[in-house]
Write a new protein. Sequence first.
Length: 468
Amino acid sequence: MEKGLKRELKTRQLTMIAMGCAIGTGLFLGSGLAISTAGPGVLLSYALGAFIILLLMGCLAEMTVAHPSSGSFGLIAEKYIHPFAGYLVRYSYWIANVLAVGVEVSAIAVYMKYWFPHVPGMVWILLFGVVLIYVNATSVNTFATFEYWFSMIKISAIIGFILLGAYILLGPSGGSSTIGPQNLVDSGGFLPFGLKGVWIAVFISLFSFLGTEMIAVTAGEAEDPDVAVPKALKATVFRLSTFYVITLAIMLMIVPWKSAGIDKSPFVKVMEILNIPGASGIMNFIILTAALSAMNSQLYASTRMVFSLSRAKSAPAVFGKLSKKGVPLYALAISAMGIIMAAVVSGLFPGTSYAFMMGISMFGAIFTWFMVFVSHLFFRKKWERAGGRQLPVKMIGFPYLTALGAILLVSLMITTWFTSFKILLQFGIPWLAFLTVIYFLFHRKKENTPLQQGNTKDDEEDLEWKTQ
């Protein structure tokens, strides 16, 4: 008899999976776009982005400990708001990760040209796509181990970059006219594009944090969610915000902000300026690893969301089937289609594919995050009214900080309409309209309570209001 997804993930693996998903091209390549949008003020953008994610993780930690399931925030929205809300969240998060996989895999083809300039990018897309599909298809423990070491490489590289940058800034070159703190205020001052530029860059910074919510998705396979989830969430937010702000500050003091862009990673530009033999090649390898790691995690997330949709009877039943090793292979197969879709988009829009893919993938992410805040407003009151057990972690400042997080995300989405990222709403509004039509035509009659929708004993246990 099938026993559901296996609970094998440890705290360190949960943390590394979330870190691995978040530290991808958003930092190594997307930071260049953010810098060119806000100038040195991008430091404020990333700090504000980290604040929003901190609020998000506070809400998510509380709800995930109460309901540790692969359905995660989709299941919670369904249970505490309405089945329609859960339906929108699950599909929107799924499409966000499918498209985010596309962002990473498109970057991989570019990175490989550093060593093999004459090999078509499609070869690398398919090769690495097959490898990562295999990793995800074996077992959750294999996936987690693979992701753990991928993340270790990236985090070690970032720490090394910070130490190297600190040495350069504090050493003999630190007092030169081209390297030092003066780069933070030269060429238009600290805020060359004003607060408007800082605010717009917050949107770009949030792409760098995409993946932190992965801990909630993996909670359904955690050994001890009550302990592992809160620890992993706190560690992830602290490490990411620290890495991003310190790394960007060092980068801006070494490379003048006007040199930033997405034609080349700012990290590679730093190595070129420092003229360290072989450093650019090593950095390119690290960036490649970062893209593979993020792609690996996002493929995992999209697979689990399709699995959850199937178990909620909002997707074909075949996607809810598990292999003997407890892996939803059919859900993995449909989620992997994003690799092919991304390759097509990259071929059609080679010059603007990165910003385009980021724009459409971010709608699903921001909408999901917004619904997490809304779900938390409903969750806390219903949980306490039902006499739910005392949870080991609670969001502070409820309901004010919860509402603040929702307001900030809505404001950012509205702002994108007046920027080059208006594709977010141009894609997002029709997407929600499409899902709404499909739901009311085909799924409304199938609505059941969450407990009835679970197909296994583990699913039912995850959905209980625990009062112990």
